[in-house]
Ligand binder design. Structure first.
Ligand code: HDD
Length: 721
């Protein structure tokens, strides 16, 4: 039932793959009608057997083809990224809605007609390259804009804050969260002693820890998660005037999450769940789209909001400074080669273009060094900017030379500046806004190794985040803390974490404590609190609705995946009507049955099975549908995987629909639904069932149920409640 249209781009301004290649990427090679050669270009007539002294004899050293092929294979692996090793990339383009020249001279933000190519790499942070996509973790959202004035890399995450305030602590944080050094366990998980030990001793982590324990740590897909530049950056206009700026990505499909049990099951059933979702969506033309949002603040207001805008453990609530949506990113092309593109792409926070500049955020400052430095080991030397995926579309002219992997052949005789031999070329760009000119700033201060007092409050925003969660989100967050801390073996660590949680919210801390064997004393008025910042009071908020996923748009079922469970004898009139309506609303329906091939419907029509119960599971879908047909449903009732499909979809709070006899499968799975008499239709917390002849009314109601994404009001219930 699902259809995969051709992948060559098209629609919404995207270009066919070959057109993009010719314009920008002449190095993208296709092998059609070419003969096989060695790396030296020597044509090869046989590549199946090594050269031997007789068919059963010894292999000869002179076999240059064998030696080269094996040598290249032996050296295929490069070190994985220290963090964010597991990732998936996609090409696309960015277009600004209207000129932002009032704020910035960055050309790609000033010209609405400019179609700026981008490459995005999404990632998890902790796991190694082969780890599962659905681990509880922060997600990376790194974007390389190939602008006409050079590459701008926005290397962000799906959370607006970070664990630590100073890059000096980054190696400590990463050593703590990675698998423990003695036995290299656990993989891709923070639920272990060293991570929580670090957290318990570094209170500045509390805000970010709550984000990771929240549903944001389990995105439904890369297409349905927000992105944040985290740090405060600077925008500088042509006149040299600057404003402070926070970058956001807002997914047009809204931000949605998995539930924990589902995420764990997915890790086993399809460790590539997010990678596959991204790939398949682009192949079928469901191009992921995100709006770029800016929060703009006057430079003088760095301390005006009750925290320091240079502190990366703080966010600027949208309720105080709205996010202005200024342009759109569309991902419309999958990579051709994972290694050459997704693996070799090298992001660097220091890649900024004229019109964008840094601030003194100490985490940002350390990152400016780290990203450039790490590529030297990972990509084998200093010439990684020459790899096709890293090359700017803007021309490159400079005096850099030599080193491992250097590709360009310089024909100039003078690789230095100034020179007279080459007419002093390349010439210098004019100052700002033409050439990058660091924003002149007055620096006053004593050289010191200390934390600013203005970074001192670690709990107010953690509390704001917690109190902004809906009831189900708060429950998930509590359960995540209970799970993670129950895995921590050392009682003293659990106790310290509870102590920090109490400073965020005493009641929440107690709810966690009861599940992890920690005794909580009554609140002690004298208990030490961390320093409050000596800042202007700012505008205190009791809650910020923008921090809750429950306020994310729930107005469409576009790109959602729906499973229809069928066997022979299914009512194809119902199946067709429902499928047509769902696909018309932009969803995708896949038919699950006992075996691949065709089954006959009750009306004698052929129905194609897309996946079998052996390969499919409810966790791959956003909703499930059981059409009627007495014979089909009778068989489904006898199939354990079909019953499991229904029970799991119910437990994971997904929309479940059934028409006519289909309801019998729901009942057999233990769902307390009545068989609708005659023309009745019922919707009980996302379980929508309809009797004979009600398929049309059913579909309208059911689409509304699917739009809600999850029906958390029934979460935790036994199906037979
Ligand atoms: Fe980082 C990779 C995001 C703090 C050092 N980081 C990396 C990637 C993302 C981020 C998305 C993957 C890029 C890709 O797909 O190739 N990192 C962040 C954010 C941070 C942050 C949003 C805080 C606001 N990172 C951070 C600090 C340091 C690093 C403080 C070091 C001082 N990050 C690295 C790195 C990585 C990296 C070791 C690993 C691979 C790479 O850079 O290219 O240099």
């Amino acid at each position: 039932m699902s259809s995969l249209p051709p992948a060559n781009g098209g629609g919404d301004g995207s270009q066919p793959r070959d057109a993009v290649d010719a314009a920008l990427e002449p190095f993208r090679r296709r092998p059609e009608n070419r003969e096989l050669t060695t790396d030296q270009g020597i044509p090869i007539a046989q590549t199946d057997d090594s050269l031997k002294g007789g068919p059963r004899g010894p292999t000869l050293l002179e076999d240059f083809h064998l030696r080269e092929k094996i040598m290249r294979f032996d050296h295929e692996r490069i070190p994985e990224r220290v963090v964010h090793a597991r990732g998936s990339g996609a090409h696309g383009f960015f277009r600004v809605y209207e000129s932002l020249e009032e704020y910035t001279s960055a050309d790609f933000l000033c010209d609405p007609s400019a179609r700026t190519p981008v490459f995005v790499r999404f990632s998890t942070v902790v796991g190694s390259r082969g780890s599962a996509d659905t681990a509880r973790d922060v997600r990376g959202f790194a974007t390389k804009f190939y602008t006409q004035r050079g590459n701008f890399d926005l290397v962000g995450n799906n959370m607006p804050v970070f664990f630590i305030q100073d890059g000096m602590k980054f190696p400590d944080l990463v050593h703590a969260v990675k698998p423990e050094p003695h036995h290299e366990m656990p993989q891709a998980a923070s639920a272990h002693d060293t991570f929580w030990d670090f957290v318990s001793l570094v209170p500045e982590t509390m805000h970010m820890v709550l984000w990771v324990m929240s549903d944001r740590g389990l995105p439904r897909s890369y297409r349905m998660m927000e992105g944040f530049g985290v740090h405060t950056f600077r925008l500088v206009n042509a006149a040299g005037e600057a404003v402070l700026c926070k970058f956001h990505w807002k997914p047009l499909l809204g931000a949605h999450s998995l539930v924990w049990d589902e995420a764990q099951e997915l890790a086993g059933r399809d460790p590539d769940f997010h990678r596959r979702d991204l790939w398949d969506s682009i192949e079928r033309g469901d191009f992921p789209e995100y709006e770029l949002g800016l929060q703009i603040v006057a430079e003088k207001d760095q301390l005006a909001y009750g925290f320091d805008l240079l502190d990366p453990t703080k966010l600027l609530p949208e309720e105080l400074v709205p996010v202005r949506r200024v342009g759109k990113l569309t991902l419309d092309r999958n990579p051709d080669n994972f290694f050459a593109e997704t693996e070799q792409v090298a992001f660097c926070v220091g890649n900024v273009v004229p019109g964008i500049d840094f601030t003194d955020d100490p985490l940002l400052q350390a990152r400016l060094f780290s990203y450039l430095d790490t590529q030297i080991t990972r990509l084998g030397g200093p010439n990684f900017a020459e790899f096709p995926i890293n090359r700017p579309v803007a021309p490159v002219h400079n005096h850099q030379q030599d080193g491992f992997g250097h590709r360009a052949i310089h024909t100039a005789r003078a690789l230095y500046h100034p020179n007279s031999i080459e007419g002093n070329r390349p010439s210098l760009a004019a100052p700002h806004p033409a050439g990058f000119t660091h924003r002149p700033e007055i620096l006053v201060g004593q050289k010191t190794r200390e934390r600013s007092e203005s970074f001192g409050d670690h709990f107010t925003q953690a509390r704001l985040f917690l109190r902004s969660q809906s009831a189900p989100e708060r429950r998930h967050l509590r359960d995540a803390c209970r799970f993670e801390l129950a895995k921590v073996e050392r009682l003293a660590i659990r106790e310290r974490v509870v102590g920090l949680l109490r400073q965020v919210d005493d009641e929440f801390a107690r709810e966690v404590a009861v599940a992890i064997g920690v005794t909580v004393e009554p609140p002690d008025a004298e208990a030490p609190r961390t320093r409050a910042p000596d800042l202007a009071k700012g505008r205190a908020l009791a809650a910020a609705p923008s921090l809750s996923l429950s306020n994310s748009p729930l107005d469409s079922i576009r790109t959602r995946k729906i499973a229809a469970l069928v066997t022979a004898g299914v009512r194809s009139d119902e199946l067709d009507l429902v499928t047509t309506a769902l696909c018309g609303a932009g969803a995708h329906v896949e038919v699950i049955g006992e075996a691949l091939g065709l089954v006959r419907s009750a009306e004698g029509q052929p129905v194609e099975i897309d996946h079998t119960f052996a390969t499919a599971a409810s966790v791959f879908y956003d909703a499930i549908y059981v059409p009627g047909g007495a014979a089909s449903v009778e068989r489904l009732v006898a199939l354990a995987p079909a019953l499991r499909f229904v029970r799991e979809a119910f437990a994971h709070a997904k929309a479940i629909g059934a028409t006519s006899e289909g309801v019998l499968l729901l009942r057999a799975a233990g769902l307390a639904v009545a068989v609708p008499e005659g023309s009745r239709l019922t919707d009980e917390r996302g379980v929508v069932v309809a009797g004979e002849g009600q398929a049309q009314a059913f579909v309208n109601q059911w689409i509304e149920a699917i739009k809600k994404h999850r029906h958390f009001d029934r979460e935790g219930d036994s199906p037979t409640r």
